[in-house]
Design a protein around this ligand. Structure first.
Ligand SMILES: NC(=O)c1ccc[n+]([C@@H]2O[C@H](COP(=O)([O-])OP(=O)(O)OC[C@H]3O[C@@H](n4cnc5c(N)ncnc54)[C@H](O)[C@@H]3O)[C@@H](O)[C@H]2O)c1
Length: 291
């Protein structure tokens, strides 16, 4: 169904199947927890068929079960976005689930592996670029034949960025470069696949969202690299406490971090027909930080 028809339906001019994403097939990477899991739930609530992709198989299955038990439709396709064979499998299983169609990709999987420039290792650098840039590129390339189609149905790709990518951040040269990189990838998709196929591509850049990535490092969350190295996640308490005289959130006009649900809501908004004429943009979801 075309965007203009959906806008007419949402505006109440036509009867329509309920749900902003009714019938759309969406791959959401990193949707076992955090922002991605919330995005999966919100998409399913709006009628999307959701492909839950995450390296953590048990978390991916939990999210999938919750969606299916509450009347939505999801499958778990667990695996590592750093593995090219997994990316091909993900696209194949999504297309099978979607009866030959995929409408939305949200490139969300990721983490930080911080270090100041003069101490950052090649491995830290390569790992973060591979996960945040190369993997999304490979996924979009692998799914090209499902986006370069003319069936009149909406297609869109959302790449997740960060204020670190738009503004830089001390200790995050690797992540800042990678998160800036997805902005260029997004705009290139919009320019290559917009004219003939109507594919939209946008970047959503988050500020401080409450997930394990921004929780206290002392909580002990970690990820494991393909060669078995453990990377601690989170922000050290001392660093959190030292942020600004008036407290941790002084640089945020709303004076608070965002929730994963708020972050996911912005992704849903961008994916929805309400944003049908928004294309190639970088949308900052930061509570006003970095204006
Ligand atoms: N939380 C924030 O404040 C914030 C700010 C800006 C940007 N972001 C970005 O938002 C995205 C989601 O982050 P989050 O805060 O929800 O983190 P999270 O750790 O809660 O969730 C990320 C998910 O990605 C998965 N993942 C990690 N590596 C993977 C891999 N190799 N293959 C497949 N899955 C993998 C993890 O298992 C996890 O479930 C990331 O791209 C992150 O960089 C987050």
């Amino acid at each position: 169904m075309s965007y203009s028809t959906r806008i007419e339906q949402i505006a109440g001019h036509l009867n329509y199947p309920k749900g902003l994403l009714s019938g759309h097939v969406a791959i959401i990477t990193g949707s076992g927890q955090g922002i991605g899991a919330e995005t999966a739930r919100l998409f399913a609530n709006e009628g999307a068929k959701v492909v839950v992709s995450d390296i953590d198989a048990s978390k991916a299955k939990d999210v999938t079960n919750q969606i299916n038990e509450s009347g939505g439709s999801a499958i778990a396709v667990p695996g590592d976005m750093l593995d090219s064979a997994y990316i091909d499998e993900l696209v194949k299983k999504a297309a099978d689930f979607g009866n030959g169609k995929i409408h939305i990709i949200v490139n969300n999987a990721g983490y930080t592996w911080d270090g100041v420039i003069h101490k950052m290792t090649d491995k830290q650098w390569d790992n973060i670029i591979a996960l945040h840039n190369t993997a999304p590129f490979k996924l979009v390339r692998a799914a090209a034949s499902y986006f370069r189609v003319k069936d009149g149905e909406p297609r869109n790709i959302i790449n997740i960025s960060s204020t670190s990518g738009l503004h830089g951040n001390a200790g995050q040269a690797n992540y800042a470069l990678a998160k800036a990189g997805v902005v260029g990838l997004t705009k290139t998709i919009a320019k290559e696949w917009g004219p003939a196929f109507g594919v939209r591509a946008n970047t959503v850049a988050f500020g401080h969202i409450m997930t394990r990535l921004t929780a206290a490092k002392e909580d002990g969350a970690f990820v494991t690299t393909p060669d078995g190295q453990k990377i601690a996640l989170g922000i050290p308490q001392a660093q959190k406490a030292g942020r600004g005289a008036g407290g941790e959130h002084q640089d945020i006009p709303l004076r608070r971090p965002g929730t994963a649900t708020e972050a996911a809501s912005s992704i849903l908004a961008v994916a929805s027909p309400l944003f049908s004429y928004v294309n190639g943009q970088t949308i900052s979801v930061t509570g006003g930080r970095n204006m």
